[in-house]
Design a protein around this ligand. Structure first.
Ligand SMILES: *Cc1c(COP(=O)(O)O)cnc(C)c1O
Length: 360
C-alpha cells in the first residue's frame, strides 16, 4: 500500500522498529535523555533558540495550546484563513472567548497581504494574528515571512499553524519572528500520530504571563518546569518519542536544506505529472504547496469512485476534498518519507484509474 494522504504519512522501518521497544519509566533518567535529545534536535529543525515542547496530542491540541497560553478572553485576534485549517484555528480562539476578526480568503488563493495590512491598521487593539503556513485543505503555502513582517511592523503576536509544513518546507522560526509555531508528528516527521511540537518565543512567554484563558493540560509553564527535570507534565506517548528520536536523526543526517530541496522536487514532479495527465491544479500554481497537491476533479471525475479504485486496484491511498471541496478535488500528500519514484508510481496509478472513474 502506498499511503499518500497529507498525514498520517509512511514511517521508515527504523522508526517502526524503534517503536517495538519495551516501555520505560517516564519519570526516570532514560526518558529524560530521550526527551532532551529530541528537544535539542527539534530546535534545529524549528530553527529556534527558544523553547520547544513536545505535547502528547494531535496537531489540533498544539493549536489549542498556542491559543490558551498567550491570550485572554475578550482579546482581539485577527485570523488570516484561506482554508479549513485556518478557520479551525480561529474557531479554537473564539471558543475560548477571543474576539475574532476573520479575514477569510478564497480557498485555493493565498492570504492577501494588503488585506491583512489594512485589517491590522484598522484596529490598534488587535493582540495576536493567527496564520497557517501550509493550508493542507487547499494545497496552498502562505508567505509567512511577509505576513510576519506585517504583523511585527504593528507589533503583534504571531501564532503559526505549520502542522503540515515544518520539517519539509523552510520556516526559520526565529529569523521570521514567529512567536508560536505548531506542528504534528504524523505529517512531515515520519512517525505516527500522537505528538504535537510547539515553539515559544520570548515574546510569547511575555504574553503567557498575562494570559488568562483557562488551561491545565496545555500549560506551557508546567511543560517548562517538568522539562527541566527531564520529564513531561503528563504521561507521554513514549513509543512515538522512540520513533521521533530516530527520524530526527534521519532528517538532520540528510541535512535540512536537502530535505527542503527534496520536497521542492517532489512537489514539482507531482504538479508536472498531474498536468501531463490533462488535469488541473486547484490552487494558484504560484502558491502551490510542496507537501500536498490538490487537483480539480472537474465535473467528469467521480472522486469517491476514484479513491476507491485507487485503493482497491492500485494500492494507492489518496485524500478527497474537505468540507466545501468534498467531491470537487482530490489530494496527494507528499511529505516526510517521499521520493520522486513514489510520485511516478502514483501518477501511473492515476493515469489508469481516472478513465475508470468517469461519472455517469
Ligand atoms: C493535519 C492538520 C491539522 C490538524 O491536525 P490533527 O493532527 O489532525 O489534529 C491542522 N492544521 C493543518 C495545516 C494540518 O495539516
Amino acid at each position: 500500500m502506498q499511503l499518500r494522504i497529507p498525514g498520517p504519512t509512511p514511517c521508515p522501518p527504523q522508526a517502526l522498529e524503534a517503536m517495538g521497544r519495551q516501555m520505560i519509566n517516564h519519570r526516570g533518567p532514560e526518558f529524560g535523555k530521550i526527551l532532551s535529545a529530541i528537544t535539542r534536535k527539534l530546535k534545529q529543525v524549528f530553527q529556534t533558540k527558544g523553547d520547544v515542547f513536545v505535547l502528547t496530542a494531535s496537531g489540533t491540541g498544539g493549536l489549542e495550546a498556542a491559543v490558551v497560553n498567550t491570550l485572554s478572553p475578550g482579546d482581539k485576534v485577527l485570523s488570516l484563513a484561506n482554508g479549513a485549517f485556518g478557520e479551525r484555528f480561529a474557531d479554537i480562539a473564539e471558543e475560548y472567548g477571543a474576539q475574532l476578526t476573520r479575514l477569510n480568503f478564497e480557498w485555493g488563493k493565498p492570504i492577501a497581504l494588503d488585506a491583512a495590512e489594512k485589517a491590522l491598521k484598522a484596529d490598534a487593539d488587535i493582540k495576536a494574528v493567527l496564520a497557517t503556513h501550509n493550508e493542507t485543505s487547499t494545497g496552498v503555502t502562505n508567505d509567512i515571512r511577509e505576513i510576519s513582517a506585517l504583523v511585527k511592523k504593528s507589533d503583534k503576536l504571531l501564532l503559526v499553524d505549520a502542522i503540515s509544513s515544518l520539517g519539509c518546507i523552510n520556516l526559520p522560526t526565529d529569523d521570521w519572528n514567529c512567536d508560536i509555531v505548531v506542528t504534528a508528528s504524523q505529517k512531515g516527521w515520519m512517525v505516527p500520530p500522537g505528538l504535537a511540537m510547539v515553539s515559544i518565543s520570548e515574546r510569547a512567554w511575555q504574553a503567557y504571563a498575562k494570559a488568562k484563558m483557562p488551561r491545565y493540560y496545555w500549560d506551557f509553564a508546567k511543560a517548562k518546569d517538568f522539562f527541566q527535570k527531564g520529564q513531561t507534565p503528563w504521561t507521554p506517548a513514549i513509543s512515538i518519542f522512540y520513533a521521533l528520536d530516530v527520524t530526527l536523526d534521519l532528517m538532520l543526517g540528510e541535512g535540512l536544506d536537502n530535505v527542503f530541496a527534496r520536497h521542492v522536487r517532489v512537489g514539482q514532479a507531482a504538479r508536472n505529472g498531474v498536468k501531463s495527465l490533462g488535469l488541473s491544479l486547484f490552487p494558484d500554481e504560484k502558491y502551490a504547496s510542496n507537501t500536498v497537491t490538490a487537483i480539480n476533479a472537474t465535473d467528469k471525475i467521480d472522486v469517491p469512485k476514484l479513491i476507491q479504485l485507487l485503493r482497491e486496484e492500485y494500492q494507492v491511498i489518496l485524500a478527497g476534498g474537505q468540507q466545501k471541496l468534498s467531491g470537487k478535488i482530490f489530494r496527494i500528500g507528499h511529505l516526510g518519507l517521499v521520493y520522486e519514484k513514489d510520485i511516478k508510481s502514483i501518477l501511473e496509478a492515476l493515469s489508469k484509474a481516472i478513465p475508470q472513474a468517469k461519472k455517469g
